[in-house]
Write a protein that binds this ligand. Structure first.
Ligand SMILES: [Ca+2]
Ligand SMILES: [Ca+2]
Ligand SMILES: [Ca+2]
Length: 427
């Protein structure tokens, strides 16, 4: 993904950092995510973990991924080996290839499915923003250079119109703006809102309200005074908005990266920060006192920088958040709210979770991973009842192993009693 602020980091340092990260990867246990470390009550796994990608989006039942190495591939998540190649913009890349190093001086910014479902929109930017393009690619692998938009960063559709966030000022000027894309090939994009700051992604809810997390940085690139904001659908239709027209939803502790709103109205967002404040969060006005919850922080030991994110379903109940961090680990992380009772985050509620709960029985200052599923800070009978009620229930993402057989509450009670009894019997 495009990281305008990191482009002024010397390439030699980047290569060194990449080497350190590369050698660190084999240390990760299989099954867990190398990309993220899930927050309290969330679990994560990595998809396509053998592929380094520059961008991705959900596309029909599958996922579309782009890498400079392999171009655009459409992958069936259940059968990754059957992927189709949709190529790459050869002329564009050839025009911006360094003849001595062979390096292509172009980055993928966003990937977004067309509402028709038969084609994809994909953006690219350059170091100096002199030839930033938006392509539309169809299933025949035809790359149509649809329009130019300097500093393009994210594209989302609402009501048949394409909206793009872009920072046309590049590194020198933080002047991010949201445009309604001109679909007549004339490049006369209408200004929807001048949001200011460096590049960040946008999102829409089902009613057409527009969300954006600002990315303001001080002279040392430290985040300052960032907010998650919302423009009403009626204001978006009017256009020519400023930051003063926005409703402020909550403070962001780091720079906004992307935002999406799920089927149930949860606002899912991520932030990036050179000082390590990166996280993936979920905000719902009605939950948790209106405070954002952390769904995941970066995994691994490298220098984290999250990609744009994708959301499917209701992230509070079986839906998923997808995010990549191509500086640190290959693939795409799938983050899900764990089923109540799934203490160890393996997407099953079974004996292993019962054993964890039994092992922490009566403890306080505990978290989800200890068996505190009701969040009261203790492990007790209420948590055991929650575990019993959700025995072997979801969420079961498509890639999960098959679920165990259901267990009767009486059998569970016997199991818990035995485990707790064993523990206290040893004292
Ligand atoms: Ca977005
Ligand atoms: Ca489990
Ligand atoms: Ca509890």
């Amino acid at each position: 993904m495009h990281r305008p602020l990191k482009q002024n980091i010397p390439s030699r340092f980047s290569i060194l950092a990449a080497m350190i990260v590369f050698f660190a990867i084999p240390a990760f246990a299989s099954g867990a995510s190398a990309i993220v470390s899930p927050g309290n009550g969330f679990g994560a796994r990595d998809l396509l973990s053998d592929e380094w990608i520059d961008g991705f989006c959900l596309f029909g039942d599958g996922v579309a991924v782009f890498s400079m190495e392999n171009g655009l591939e459409i992958i069936d998540r259940a059968n990754p080996a059957s992927g189709q190649s949709w190529g790459r913009p050869q002329d564009y890349f050839a025009a911006h290839t360094d003849p001595s190093s062979g390096y292509v001086n172009v980055w993928n910014s966003f990937m977004t499915p067309d509402p028709s479902g038969d084609s994809l929109w994909i953006g690219f930017t350059m170091w100096d923003n002199t030839d930033d393009r938006i392509y539309r690619v169809d299933a025949g692998g035809t790359w149509d250079a649809y329009t130019t938009l300097s500093g393009n960063f994210d594209l989302e559709f609402f009501g048949g119109e394409a909206y793009v966030s872009a920072n046309p000022g590049g590194l020198t000027q933080a002047q991010s703006t949201i445009y309604r894309l001109d679909t007549t090939w004339a490049d006369q994009h209408a200004v929807v809102a001048e949001v200011g700051g460096y590049s960040a992604g946008l999102g829409f809810d089902a009613a057409g309200n527009l969300y954006y997390g600002t990315c303001h940085l001080d002279e040392y690139y430290a985040p300052i005074d960032n907010k998650m904001i919302r423009y009403s659908a009626s204001d978006v239709a009017l256009g020519d908005l400023t930051i003063d027209d926005a409703e402020i939803l909550f403070d962001l502790t780091s720079g906004g990266c992307d935002v999406d709103v799920d089927d149930a109205g949860n606002v899912v967002f991520n932030v990036n920060d050179f000082a390590g404040g990166n996280f993936v969060g979920v905000w719902n006005e009605a939950v948790n006192g209106g405070e954002p919850r952390q769904a995941a922080v970066p995994g691994g030991a490298g220098w984290p920088w999250f990609s744009l994110l994708e959301v499917s379903g209701n992230v509070a109940a079986g839906g998923s958040i997808y995010v990549a961090d191509s500086d640190n680990a290959p693939g795409i992380a799938q983050i899900v709210k764990l089923a109540p009772g799934d203490a160890n985050g393996d997407f099953c509620v079974d004996e292993a979770d019962a054993a964890i709960l039994a092992g922490r029985w009566g403890n306080s200052d505990v978290l989800w991973a200890d068996g505190d599923f009701d969040g009261d800070g203790k492990v007790g009978p209420t948590d055991a009842a929650i575990l019993a009620a959700n025995w072997s229930s979801g969420p079961q993402p498509a890639e999960a192993a098959s679920a165990p057989e259901p267990i009767g509450v009486v059998l569970l009670a016997t199991l818990l009693f035995a485990l707790v009894g064993t523990r206290f019997g040893k004292k």
